[in-house]
Design a protein around this ligand. Structure first.
Ligand code: PCP
Length: 400
């Protein structure tokens, strides 16, 4: 892999120097440059469907803006964290096509994967209601992208992330409990927990992993009674071979805690948790550690297509010509697609005031608006989840 490349990852320099582009874009730029055929275009980024059916959360804009900073282009985009539906443009780039053609691959890469993870986190957030949701899935994907994975999970609605670098980047404390390895090396859950309490800084909640050796109910009682002065909670990561009816097991533990006056001990679950498990267990647990189903969330397949050449609307078959914007009613949240340069008007449903979602964020390479903090984006996502989301949510489909 060459002396300076230990891992199979593209450096920031590789991305900026267009080495991560699909080769046909390089060839296209070569042809257009030599034949002097490049023109000022508007290209829009649209997903024709969402693997989640109805709505999705736009994420990845932070890196898009860094890549386009100082390039001779204009960028219009929805705020990161905006809920969108298929066929709505989330971004529009305006400029000489050869200025950004070779960035199509990384630009799409930035938003497809991040939006998939943010959408999955938002769906889980909605189903989990007020229960804790922690991103535990970095280990399932390439470590080089763990900051992107966990930031997307966080802005989508997770309460915390588990990897140190991602937590640093989003400005939060990394969250976690204890691995089976710690319990195995002490050969006893209580001994491992006592050592944890002795050594780990005080502000970290003491959450004991109780599925390593014994039956969850008996281990939960034993651990809770022996560590009642400092125990915050227990985590069940029960292997599939022993899982049975996990809800019943947890209800049993709740009962045993209640009759022993241990009902303040929190119960968390992890291992194979997805939307269905959150829906089933949310009434009996205090929180979830979600791994694979979140970090490996399906990407949303945005495409970038030219829709204007020198202000003239033009598009390939299957695409509507002309650059567009999305207008949302600030009263009833009704949304419609209009032209990019159209002014917001009155909602045709309730006469409320419309707002244009795509705004000019980069003008000729100059960033006009600094990106919001991840915490603010997360609040924005959660505020939209409280509204009547376009399409039906997972639960309604489940009950249908
Ligand atoms: C995993 C680890 C993660 C969980 C499961 C994510 O357990 O605890 O939090 O699981 P998921 O990807 O199925 O959602 P182990 O792999 O046993 O790891 P450890 O012993 O380190 O907890």
């Amino acid at each position: 892999m060459g002396k300076n490349r230990k891992f199979l990852i593209a450096t920031q320099g590789d991305i900026i120097s267009k080495k991560t582009t699909d080769v046909y874009f390089k060839r296209t730029v070569d042809i257009l440059s030599k034949k002097k055929k490049s023109k000022i275009v508007k290209a829009e980024f649209v997903a024709k469907h969402s693997p989640y059916g109805d709505w999705a959360v736009f994420s990845g804009l932070l890196e898009v803006m860094e890549l386009l900073r100082d390039k001779k282009v204009n960028l219009y985009a929805m705020p990161e964290g905006t809920v969108f539906v298929p066929y709505e443009p989330v971004m529009v780039i305006e400029g000489d096509y050869i200025e950004f053609a070779e960035y199509e691959t990384p630009l799409l890469g930035f938003i497809c994967q991040a939006s998939g993870i943010a959408t999955k986190a938002a769906r889980m957030r909605k189903i989990a209601e007020d229960k804790t949701l922690l991103s535990f899935g970095a280990r399932r994907m390439h470590p080089a992208i763990s900051p992107m994975i966990e930031r997307s999970a966080y802005i989508g609605g997770c309460d915390g992330v588990s990897t140190i670098l991602a937590a640093e980047i989003i400005g939060e404390e990394a969250k976690g409990t204890m691995p089976h390895s710690l319990v195995l090396l002490f050969e006893d859950t209580v001994e491992a927990l006592k050592a944890y309490h002795e050594i780990v800084e005080r502000k970290i909640p003491r959450i004991a992993l109780i599925d390593t050796f014994l039956d969850e109910k008996f281990e939960a009682i034993r651990v809770a009674e022996k560590a009642k002065e400092f125990l915050y909670g227990i985590r069940l990561d029960t292997p599939g071979s022993r899982r049975g009816n996990l809800k019943r097991i947890i209800e049993e533990i709740r009962w045993e805690f209640k009759i022993r006056n241990l009902k303040n001990v929190k119960i968390f679950v992890s291992g194979g948790i997805d939307e269905e498990e959150i829906f089933t267990l949310r009434d009996v647990v205090d929180g979830f550690g979600v791994g694979t189903s979140l970090s490996n969330a399906k990407a949303i397949d945005f495409a970038m297509d030219i829709v204007e050449i020198e202000q003239r609307p033009i598009a390939k078959r299957g695409k509507r010509a002309g650059a567009k914007n999305v207008f949302i009613c600030q009263k009833c949240t009704h949304r419609r697609i209009g032209s990019l340069n159209e002014k917001p008007g009155k909602c045709k449903k309730c006469k409320g005031k419309e707002k244009a979602l795509l705004e000019l964020l980069i003008k000729n390479g100059k960033v006009l608006k600094s990106p919001p903090k991840p915490q603010d984006i997360r609040e924005y996502v959660i505020s939209q989840l409280k509204e009547n989301l376009p399409g039906i949510s997972w639960e309604k489909r489940k009950e249908a």
